[in-house]
Write a protein that binds this ligand. Structure first.
Ligand SMILES: [Ca+2]
Ligand SMILES: [Ca+2]
Ligand SMILES: [Ca+2]
Length: 163
C-alpha cells in the first residue's frame, strides 16, 4: 500500500471515529453558537406582551478571531425557513478567545396565537471566501457548531405569563 492511500484511509477512519467532524488546525479560532434566550420584557395581559429573543455566540477557540468588515455576522431567523430575511443581525469584525456577542430581537407575543414561529434560528453567517482570503486569523473551525435552533413553543412555557 502506498503512503497516499494509507493517509486517505487514516483520514477516513478518523472522520468516522469523530462522527464526521473535521480536524481543525491547532490554535484556530472557533465561532460557536452558545444559546438562544427567551425573556418576557413586558406583559399587557395574562397571555400577551413583548418577548425578547437573544442569540449568544462565543469564540471557543484559543486564538482571536481577526477578520474584516462585511465578512461575517450573527443572524436570527423567525421560523425555520432560512430563505427568508433574518429578523435581526449583528455585524462584527473581531472576537477575542472566550468573548461573546449577541443578537437581539423583540416581538409582540400572544400565548393564544396558534400561528407561532416553529423555531427561532441562530446562525453564524460567514462569507464563503473566508478560507480563501489569505488571512488565517479568520479561518474558524469547525463549522458544525455555527447553527442552533429552539422551538418557538417554548416562549409559551415561560413562567412570566399570568395564570
Ligand atoms: Ca480585524
Ligand atoms: Ca481566511
Ligand atoms: Ca464554528
Amino acid at each position: 500500500m502506498n503512503t497516499r492511500l494509507l493517509l486517505a484511509l487514516g483520514v477516513a477512519v478518523l472522520a468516522l471515529s469523530t462522527g464526521g467532524c473535521p480536524i481543525c488546525p491547532e490554535g484556530s479560532p472557533n465561532l460557536a453558537v452558545v444559546r438562544i434566550d427567551y425573556e418576557i420584557i413586558e406583559t399587557t395581559s395574562a397571555t400577551s406582551g413583548t418577548v425578547r429573543v437573544t442569540g449568544v455566540i462565543t469564540n471557543s477557540g484559543t486564538s482571536t478571531y481577526d477578520s474584516g468588515a462585511g465578512q461575517q455576522s450573527i443572524q436570527l431567523y423567525e421560523g425555520s425557513n432560512l430563505q427568508q430575511a433574518p429578523v435581526a443581525q449583528t455585524d462584527f469584525e473581531d472576537l477575542a478567545a472566550g468573548a461573546t456577542l449577541t443578537v437581539t430581537y423583540e416581538t409582540e407575543w400572544s400565548t393564544s396565537n396558534e400561528f407561532i414561529p416553529d423555531y427561532y434560528v441562530l446562525l453564524i453567517n460567514l462569507d464563503p471566501d473566508l478560507h480563501l482570503d489569505g488571512n488565517e486569523a479568520n479561518d474558524e473551525c469547525p463549522a458544525t457548531d455555527n447553527l442552533l435552533s429552539r422551538p418557538g413553543s417554548e416562549v409559551n412555557d415561560l413562567p412570566g405569563w399570568g395564570s
